[in-house]
Ligand binder design. Structure first.
Ligand SMILES: Cc1ncc(COP(=O)(O)O)c(C=O)c1O
Length: 393
C-alpha cells in the first residue's frame, strides 16, 4: 500500500454553520431580521421632490446626524455616486486652494491620491504612502495644508488609531473618507472638515447614494474659493457663490431611489432600536475581538495590520503566515489563498471573504454592526477546516 504524502489532511466539517453567511465588505450584510417587507412602505412611483418623499430624504439626514452625533453647525446631504461620488465632489470642489497631503495606504486611499495628482493635477500635492498593513508617517502631515484620508482602509484592514496628530487649529481642511468607519467607529468630528460614507456598509443599506458632511470651515471654503476647473452638475455644491442649502435638506442634485431611501431608514431605525452609536460600535468591536482570539490561537494566520492599535473592526484583513505559503511565489500565493474563500463559498458558509483584488492574498471578513458575533464565531472553525484542505500535508 502507498501513502499519498501530499494528500490534504482530513478535517471534519464543523457542525455549526453561520446563520447568515454574508461577510462581504460591501454591499454588507443586511441587519439581523431584515426582509423585503421592511421596504413595503416605500414611496415608489412618486416624485422625490414631492412633500412626502422629500420628508423621507430629510429623515435619512436627520436620523444619520443624530446617531453619529454630528455637530450642530455641520451640514449633511445625500449625493450621487455613493461614497466615491461624495469624496470626488469634495475633492473637486475644495482642493487647489492650498497644498494637499494625501494619506495613501491601500487601494481606495491610493485612488484618491491618483485623482489628486493625475486628474486634478495639483502642483502642490504630497502623497504620504505606506504599504498594505501600515500607515504613513502621520507626523509628516502639515496643518497648513489640506489632507485627504480614509479613516478606515477597507482593503488593508488598517484604521487610524486616533486623531491626535491632526491639529485642532489647522489651517487646511481634512477630507475624510469614512465609508467603512461611520457607524462602527467613533469619528472625531472636531478634527475633520468633510466626512463621507455610503449606505451599504455598516448599516447594510442598498447602494448608490453617498452622504456628504461638511464643517463650517468646509462650507466657508466652498463659498470663498472657485476651483480653476469646470465642475459637472453632479459635483456642484454651490450656486451663485453660496452653498446650495437645499441639498442638505433632502433636495438631491438628481433623482434618488426611494426604495434605497426606505432601506436606509430601516437601517437607521434598527440602529436606534439597539442603542445607537455605542451599540453599533460594541457589536463591531465584539466581532473583531472574536477574530483576535482565534488568530491568537491559530498558527497559520495573522492580521494584515502590522500594529494591533490599527486593526479595523469592520474590514478584518488576514494574511496567511505558514512557512509553506510564504515560500510560494506571489502568483502561487494568490492562487492558494483564493482556494479558501472558494471552498467556503461552495459550502455556503461564507460569501465574499477573499482579500480585495489589489491587496496581498488572504482573507477579508466584514465585522460591521449588522454582522452577528455568533456568525463570526461559527465561521472561524470553518476557516480552520478550509485551511486544512488547502495546506499541503
Ligand atoms: C475606503 C473606501 N472608499 C471608497 C469606496 C468606494 O465606495 P462606493 O462604492 O460606495 O463608491 C470604498 C468601497 O468599499 C471604500 O472602502
Amino acid at each position: 500500500m502507498t501513502l499519498a504524502l501530499d494528500a490534504a489532511p482530513v478535517a471534519a466539517k464543523p457542525a455549526l454553520r453561520p446563520a447568515n453567511p454574508d461577510f462581504s465588505s460591501g454591499p454588507c450584510a443586511k441587519r439581523p431580521g431584515w426582509s423585503l417587507d421592511a421596504l413595503s412602505g416605500a414611496l415608489l412611483g412618486r416624485s422625490h421632490r414631492a412633500a412626502g418623499p422629500k420628508a423621507r430624504l430629510a429623515e435619512v439626514i436627520d436620523r444619520s446626524r443624530a446617531i453619529l452625533g454630528l455637530p450642530q453647525d455641520w451640514v449633511l446631504g445625500i449625493v450621487p455616486g455613493s461614497d466615491t461620488g461624495a469624496v470626488e465632489m469634495a475633492m473637486w470642489s475644495l482642493l487647489g486652494a492650498r497644498g494637499v497631503d494625501i494619506l495613501a495606504f491601500e487601494s481606495f486611499s491610493g485612488a484618491w491620491a491618483t485623482d489628486v495628482v493625475k486628474q486634478l493635477k495639483l502642483a502642490d500635492a504630497r502623497v504620504l504612502s505606506a504599504p498594505y498593513g501600515g500607515l504613513p508617517d502621520l507626523a509628516q502631515v502639515d496643518p497648513v495644508r489640506d489632507v485627504v484620508l480614509a479613516w478606515n482602509g477597507t482593503t488593508s484592514g488598517v484604521r487610524l488609531p486616533d486623531a491626535e496628530w491632526i491639529a485642532g487649529d489647522r489651517e487646511g481642511l481634512v477630507i475624510c473618507d469614512a465609508t467603512s468607519a461611520a457607524f462602527a467607529m467613533a469619528l472625531p468630528f472636531e478634527k475633520l472638515d468633510v466626512v463621507t460614507w455610503s449606505w451599504q456598509k455598516v448599516l447594510g443599506g442598498e447602494a448608490a447614494h453617498g452622504m456628504l458632511a461638511l464643517s463650517p470651515r468646509a462650507v466657508a471654503r466652498l463659498e470663498s474659493y472657485k476651483p480653476a476647473w469646470p465642475l459637472p452638475k453632479v459635483f456642484r455644491l454651490t450656486s451663485g457663490g453660496k452653498l446650495s442649502a437645499g441639498i442638505f435638506r433632502g433636495e438631491t442634485i438628481n433623482t434618488p431611489s426611494m426604495l434605497c431611501v426606505e432601506d436606509a431608514l430601516d437601517g437607521l431605525r434598527w440602529a436606534e432600536g439597539i442603542g445607537g452609536l455605542p451599540a453599533l460600535i460594541a457589536r463591531s468591536e465584539a466581532n473583531l475581538a472574536a477574530v483576535v482570539a482565534w488568530v491568537e490561537r491559530t498558527p497559520w494566520v495573522d492580521f494584515l495590520a502590522a500594529d494591533p492599535a490599527t486593526r479595523s473592526c469592520t474590514s478584518i484583513c488576514l494574511r496567511i503566515t505558514a512557512p509553506w505559503f510564504t515560500a510560494l511565489t506571489p502568483d502561487e500565493q494568490a492562487k492558494a489563498a483564493k482556494r479558501l474563500p472558494s471552498l467556503l463559498d461552495k459550502e455556503g458558509v461564507a460569501f465574499d471573504v477573499a482579500s480585495y483584488r489589489d491587496a496581498p492574498p488572504g482573507l477579508r471578513i466584514w465585522g460591521g454592526a449588522t454582522v452577528e458575533t455568533a456568525d463570526i464565531e461559527a465561521l472561524l472553525p470553518w476557516l480552520d477546516w478550509a485551511y486544512a484542505q488547502v495546506c499541503p500535508a
